[in-house]
Structures are given as structure tokens and as C-alpha cells.
Design a protein around this ligand. Structure first.
Ligand code: R5P
Length: 294
């Protein structure tokens, strides 16, 4: 029991200082509970309110992709430069140091390998395990227009409900099948459906034409997916355009870890995303950091 002798009378109530009433900084997230906002704030970094997520979850359907053969060797040195890491629980438990302090977005769906129909996914983690791992969000693929569209929507809504029980946000990922047209109309549909069905943020691909209509019509933050490996300057230009057109950051994998100089590349991407550094200047920075390392 607390000592009650000599208890000091409280007297300074700062009556002239108004209680702060700032809205939470992320789009569409003001009404979320504290735990969910706190988890989102581990992914999206003030003052820009954007994120550089490093996606290394490819192994869940394609095995040891080029650049991810040895995550301890190739990825762990990049960890200080990302705001969040997107990965499977297997890699998290086996390879990522528990002292990692930024956001963790765990891959929560899976099933088919590259050898099969990819849209035939199911949920692949128990939300209690996600909570045990102290993750900041759970990611699920959504195959709008895909063969198993309804099943993937069911995965999304089930995960959203579980996430709401535990205060863990859900990231809905627009998964584009081989035959799907990648245009603004499709991504507006997919992103909006994912947000309307409850995801707290969405990951989608950049498109040259009308990307700003995709971000504008989605009521939650949109994070740009990296996609296939591009020359570094092109990848930096794509990231710049995406954030200029309303994306709340990027979630890049191959464009970082398959670069000639991944550590330099992730730092250049971060400058673009958080400081709106022009892509040409970020590319110069990339070259300088790359040459310093040699
Ligand atoms: C797939 O759909 C996954 O989310 C990927 O494994 C990953 O996030 C893709 O990253 P990137 O296309 O930037 O290599």
C-alpha cells in the first residue's frame, strides 16, 4: 500500500492550459481505438505521416527469391533504414532480431505456391499469434476479379474482425492476376472495396494515368507497392510520383533488395518519401552512398 504520510496536496491544475485535441494524423483513422492508432503510428512516421515499408514476404509463395536467399545477410543490415518490415512470421521468429523497434506487418494469408492458382488463399495465421508477436498490422491479399475473389474477400473481412478485437490494423493488398488490366478504374474498384470492407490501410500498384483518383477515392491511407525491379532512377521517380499523387508511402521489395546497393537505395527512397526529395537528387544520393561503400 502506498505511504500516506505527508501526502502533498495537488494544487497546480494548469487551468489556463487547454487540453490538446489533435486529430490523429492518418487519413480515415481518427475514430480508431488507441491501440490501433498506436500500431499505425509505428508504421507511418510523423512529421511526414508516410512510411517506407520493406517488403520481404515473397518466400510465402515463391521460396527463396533472388535477394532473399539469406535474410540474415542481405536484409538485416537494411533494418535501420525502414519504417516497417513486411514479412512472414517464420522469418520474423527465426531471423529478425527482437530488438527491431519499427513496425512489423505480418503476412496473414497464404496457401498456393507459384505453381498453382494464387488467388486460392486462406488465412495463414491465428490473430493470437500475431498479438503474441507484437505485430503492428496483418496483411492479406485481395483478388478482386480473380478466380477466388469471394474467398479472398472472406479472408479480408475475417481478419478485419479479428484485428478489431485485438487492436491490430489490417492491410489489404490488391493482388493483380496475370490477365487483369492494371488501370485506374480497376484499382479504384479494388482499393475502395478493401477500405469499405474494413481494412485500415491498402497497398496497391502505381499507375501512370490517374493514380490520384485511386488515392482520392480511397478513404484510408494507400501505400504504393514496388513491383518488378526497375532501374533505380525509375523506381525513385515512381515513388516520387506516387507520394505526390496522394500515397502515404511505399512498400517496396525487389526495387530495394535486388538493387546493386540496397542500403543506398533504401536511404534514397526514404528521402523521396519523407522529404519529397526530387528523384534526380535522390539518385545522386544513391550513387554517392553506393560509392562510399566501395
Ligand atoms: C505479394 O503480393 C507480396 O506482398 C509480395 O511478396 C511483396 O510485398 C511484393 O513486393 P515487391 O513487388 O515490391 O517486390
Amino acid at each position: 500500500m502506498a505511504d500516506t504520510d505527508n501526502v502533498k496536496e495537488s494544487k497546480d491544475f494548469c487551468l489556463d492550459v487547454p487540453v490538446p485535441r489533435e486529430a490523429f494524423f492518418l487519413k480515415g483513422s481518427t475514430a480508431l481505438d488507441w491501440g490501433m492508432q498506436n500500431r499505425l503510428a509505428r508504421i507511418f512516421r510523423p512529421p511526414s505521416g508516410r512510411t517506407v515499408m520493406l517488403a520481404i514476404d515473397h518466400g510465402y509463395f515463391q521460396g527463396p527469391t533472388s535477394g532473399l536467399e539469406r535474410i540474415d545477410v542481405n536484409i538485416v543490415p537494411l533494418l535501420p533504414y525502414c519504417d516497417a518490415l513486411m514479412l512472414t512470421r517464420g522469418i520474423l521468429r527465426t531471423t529478425i532480431p527482437p530488438s527491431f523497434g519499427q513496425g512489423v506487418v505480418v503476412r496473414a494469408s497464404g496457401g498456393p505456391s507459384v505453381l498453382k492458382e494464387l488467388s486460392n488463399e486462406r488465412l495463414a495465421i491465428d490473430v493470437e499469434d500475431a498479438a503474441r508477436l507484437n505485430v503492428s498490422a496483418m496483411a492479406v491479399q485481395v483478388f478482386i476479379g480473380g478466380e477466388h475473389e469471394t474467398q479472398s474477400i472472406d479472408n479480408l473481412t475475417t481478419l478485419v474482425d479479428l484485428g478489431l478485437r485485438f487492436g491490430i490494423p489490417t492491410l489489404g493488398v490488391t493482388a493483380v492476376g496475370k490477365d487483369m488490366v492494371r488501370d485506374a478504374r480497376y484499382f479504384r474498384l479494388a482499393c475502395r472495396m478493401i477500405a469499405e470492407l474494413g481494412a485500415q490501410f491498402v497497398k496497391t500498384y502505381y499507375i501512370e494515368k490517374d493514380f490520384e483518383t485511386v488515392t482520392a477515392s480511397c478513404p484510408v491511407p494507400v501505400v504504393m507497392a514496388g513491383g518488378k525491379k526497375l532501374p533505380e532512377l525509375d523506381a525513385l521517380k515512381m515513388a516520387y510520383r506516387a507520394v505526390s499523387e496522394g500515397a502515404s508511402g511505399v512498400d517496396m521489395g525487389r526495387n530495394i533488395f535486388q538493387s546493386d546497393a540496397p542500403t543506398a537505395m533504401i536511404q534514397a527512397v526514404s528521402k523521396v518519401v519523407h522529404e519529397m526529395m526530387k528523384p534526380e537528387d535522390a539518385y545522386d544520393l544513391f550513387q554517392t552512398l553506393k560509392n562510399e561503400k566501395k
